[in-house]
Design a protein around this ligand. Sequence first.
Ligand SMILES: *Cc1c(COP(=O)(O)O)cnc(C)c1O
Length: 388
Amino acid sequence: MKKKDLLKLDIASKCIHVGGHPDKETGAIMPPIYQTSTYVQESPGKHQGYEYSRSHNPTRTRLEECLAGLENAKHALVTASGLSCEMLIMHALPVGSTILCSDDVYGGTYRLFTTVFNHIHNYIFIDTTDISNVENAIKEHSVALLWLESPTNPLLKISDIQKISKIAKKNKVKTVVDNTFMSPYFQNPLDLGADIVLHSMTKYINGHSDVVGGALMLNDKKFYEKLWTLQNSTGPSQSPFDSWLVLRGVKTLAIRMEAHQKNAMKVAKWLESHPKVERVIYPGLKSHPQHKLAKKQMHGFGGMITFFLKGDIKKCKKFLSSVSMFALAESLGGVESLIEHPAIMTHASVPKKTREAIGLTDNLIRLSVGIENYNDLISDLDKAFSKI
Ligand SMILES: *Cc1c(COP(=O)(O)O)cnc(C)c1O
């Protein structure tokens, strides 16, 4: 099929076929891993588009093609981690820029902004679920960039990407959406008006907990070229083997996301009715404060659940050490179920005061629901509850 026809296909088909063409030289149905650092030139400067693998690599090019297709973007840039994508965006802004940021972002994002780039830019953290906060901040400050995470991590707060992007555009502010939690299968921020989408491919896109990687998708060619130049100059390029693994993992994105969602819905409902649980946050539950907005801007609710246990940190620790199928680990988005304690683990870099101000308390537990059988997952949690 021609590329322009491939791009019209459903996302389940795009995951498999965009960038997935057979190898021209041999007919191999799976792409080769171009495990090479350099490329032979016919005469000085005359080559086939590849000179050095920090700059470009054919395996990575295929992955970029695929990922651009999944987010309906003209360009994609694949890097060695989600955080290096964030670094590139920060380097692309003029020194002294002001960045408006959701107040409940991934811990590593918070650390990057407040301990590394705070020497270069100004950061203002606001609750972006309330649009008037965005409007006021844009009026008060000369903002260059808006950084949204929706749903946020770990409180799963949802911001109206369409409305916020519109306000930003009017004020010549670029909008970045960290779409890691939804994956391109459940949410497409560019279609909602955002300028740049960011993914930690480490999570759902690869989906098998065996790669660290990041991707940026965007339509603005000039800004894409700037980001590429920065990647080439600073060096966080992904290795060909890791790009190959992600190409392999992403093929099953559609069925994995459906399975994550089905299981998460079952587990969330079960938790909501459990006497030892204070509150459950899952965008698919009617009790979620932005459930209506979730239904409108997402194509599904994902596999992440946050809940508050009745009790203190001691009880939480006991509970977390009593699960056996859920693995106690950071990260998310893999086929296996994970459980973690944000205050001690993923969000330890956020000061306790800041954490508690936004509701990230010590009795909060985060689940990344995998694609195992949901009855097995529920009985694992049930056993842990019976120990406390
Ligand atoms: C993991 C994660 C990141 C960082 O990605 P890495 O691949 O670990 O560098 C950024 N945002 C979110 C929402 C994440 O979950």
